[in-house]
Ligand binder design. Structure first.
Ligand SMILES: Nc1ncnc2c1ncn2[C@@H]1O[C@H](COP(=O)(O)OP(=O)(O)OP(=O)(O)O)[C@@H](O)[C@H]1O
Ligand SMILES: [Mg+2]
Ligand SMILES: [Mg+2]
Length: 553
């Protein structure tokens, strides 16, 4: 907001009326706090030309995530109905799920164990006693008119999620950060409303109603889409390693709400919006960055950020307000009268008399079941195989890739460093280009190890091996040996034969030979290329170079 000279003098005269000793004028534009000091000496008022300009810090984004993770369990949180994705509508609904009068909730131990296991993996404190509450809202797909959740005392609190992402020009510098997990609460999922626009009706499917969820609430500590995406990706890997949630965002097993605000560091947090309906990690990052930018623009043009729920439109990459009045809603929380407090115990020794250990959740039993977590796997890969950190991320982040790699390493007689090249470049390159999972690879770890062994033993050259790899991909029923034999790809190791081939090339390129002899040895590469072409890559470049160098010297 620039002050015109006339506007400035108007302000100056107005002030002079009240000026006594000195007065400060504060004027805040979008980036600077400008302090103008007006001094008075007797009746003479002077406007100091000295203007103290203090830069305010730039606005930054603040992100806090709420993650709803569908618990991997064969039955629902409070009923025995089965849980299955893509079952015929309303085929997995018990009387309790449909809220028929007289039905009561029965807590599923498997869901409690999943929440405790997740809490332990995220270094949470597990509350030995937690409580269930009713949260009321009226949606057609929630027949009871309330959701059973844990509002006052959740099952786990005060955890931490450590995550990493890559920075730098080549995106190979690992940045590791962490975010606090405020709480993990157990709650019911709702059913699904299916809107039929043609017939203008809404159909309800209650298969999902009552499925167990863990809501993980993170503190508002992240600052951008990239951080949030990396945190969710790491959480997905942890949940999958634990087996507590399949964590597929596209199938709705992991649903992320992004709370976003902006402020200047040192000032209180700004008003947050909550972005919902995000179905992939990539969209999460985009939605957050868009929302941060939008809010900054709103504030810079003197507008106000509204505390509202917004949706993400993946086509335009924009967030848009939803017609949802959640912000204003009163959930009328109350204790759930049909469920007693939930107790979990440290160990069998800590059980009260008469309690059957088979019927309760024991923390030490679950701790012993904790699998190797992704971060531990990565450290092990780097230490055991001496691989780059970025490669350890690729291996762990791709489902099944680490096991594939370790299987190849066990059978191949090559250094792990060479195996990693094959797995990351050739295997992943082919899988990605055809959108396949590791488990769908036409080449087994054993077959790849066989191929690598042929190269190591000097039976085929590395360039031929790449060709053979592509053939194996197309014809998985053939063995490596068959392909090499059929296409006559064995390495030419016979010295005599190699000498003859090199001689032919040297004789037919007198000009090049002259140049090399004149001191430009780079041209030797051209002759090597000719030999490679003539032999279809079936020669060892080191051997060929040695022969050629001798011939032209
Ligand atoms: N100013 C803020 N900016 C960004 N995120 C914030 C801010 N204040 C709070 N948050 C985040 O908002 C989320 C609040 O989640 P919480 O479940 O406690 O409440 P809620 O959104 O009101 O409830 P629900 O959506 O479950 O009905 C947390 O993830 C927290 O980190
Ligand atoms: Mg919440
Ligand atoms: Mg929320």
């Amino acid at each position: 907001m620039a002050t015109s000279s006339s506007g400035y003098s108007r302000m100056f005269f107005k002030l002079r009326k009240y000026a006594n000793k000195s007065q400060h004028l504060y004027h805040i534009d979008s980036f600077n706090l400008v302090i103008r000091t007006i001094w008075t000496s007797g009746s003479k008022t002077q406007l100091q030309t000295k203007v103290h300009t203090k830069s305010l810090p730039q606005m930054v984004g603040v992100v806090g995530l709420e993650v709803h993770a569908q618990i991997q369990s064969t039955s629902k949180l409070f009923s025995g109905s089965h849980v299955r994705f893509l079952a015929p509508p309303n085929s997995l609904v018990s009387h309790f799920d449909a809220s028929l009068p007289g039905t009561l909730p029965v807590l599923n131990r498997r869901c409690v164990e999943a929440a405790v296991l997740t809490g332990l993996a995220l270094n949470c404190t597990i509350n030995r006693k937690s409580l269930f509450d009713r949260k009321h809202y009226f949606y057609a797909d929630m027949p009871a008119g309330y959701q059973i959740t844990q509002q006052r005392v959740p099952i786990a609190v005060n955890g931490i999620l450590v995550y990493s992402y890559f920075e730098g020009h080549r995106r190979n510098q690992v940045v590791t950060k962490s975010v606090k997990i405020k709480q993990i609460q157990l709650e019911q999922d709702s059913g699904k409303s299916l809107h039929d626009d043609e017939q203008s009706q809404t159909l309800i499917d209650l298969n999902r109603a009552g499925v167990g969820l863990m809501e993980l609430v993170m503190e508002p500590e992240m600052c951008c889409g990239e951080e949030a995406a990396a945190a969710v990706r790491e959480l997905q890997l942890i949940l999958q390693a634990l087996g507590t949630c399949q964590a597929n965002m596209a199938e709705g097993q992991l649903r992320v709400d992004a709370n976003v605000s902006v402020h200047r560091p040192g000032e209180p947090l700004g008003v947050r919006t909550e972005v919902k309906n995000i179905n992939s990690v990539r969209h999460l990052a985009k939605a957050i960055d868009y929302e941060i930018q939008r809010q900054m623009e709103v504030l810079q043009s003197a507008g106000k950020v509204l505390n509202e729920t917004r949706g993400f439109d993946s086509k335009s990459g924009n967030t848009i307000p939803m017609r949802d009045k959640e912000g204003l809603q009163d959930y009328r929380f109350m204790p759930e009268p049909n469920l007693p407090p939930l107790f979990v115990y440290e160990s069998e020794a800590s059980l009260p008399a008469g309690v059957d250990p088979a019927q309760v959740v024991l923390i030490d039993r679950l701790s012993a079941q904790l699998p190797e977590l992704p971060s531990v796997k990565r450290t092990r890969l780097v230490e055991k195989y001496g691989m780059l950190q970025e490669h350890s991320f690729t291996l762990v982040n791709e489902d099944g890739l680490m096991d594939y790699f370790e299987n190849v390493v066990q059978t191949a007689k090559a250094e792990p460093r060479k195996v990693i090249g094959w797995v990351i470049k050739e295997l992943m390159g082919n899988l990605n280009s055809q959108n396949l999972k590791v488990s769908q690879s036409p080449i087994s770890p054993c077959a790849l190890a066989e191929l690598i062994n042929l190269v190591e033993a000097g039976h085929i050259s590395s360039s031929t091996a790449k060709q053979v790899f592509q053939e194996m991909w197309k014809a998985p029923e053939k063995t490596v040996g068959q392909i090499v034999k059929e296409q006559d790809l064995w390495m030419i190791n016979d010295k005599e034969e190699l000498q003859q081939i090199c001689k032919r090339i040297v004789d037919s390129h007198p000009e090049e030979v002259q140049i090399i002899r004149g001191g430009n040895t780079k041209v030797l590469n051209k002759l090597m290329g000719k030999v490679q072409r003539e032999t279809k890559g079936r020669t060892d470049p080191v051997q060929v170079r040695a022969i050629l160098e001798k011939m032209v010297s």
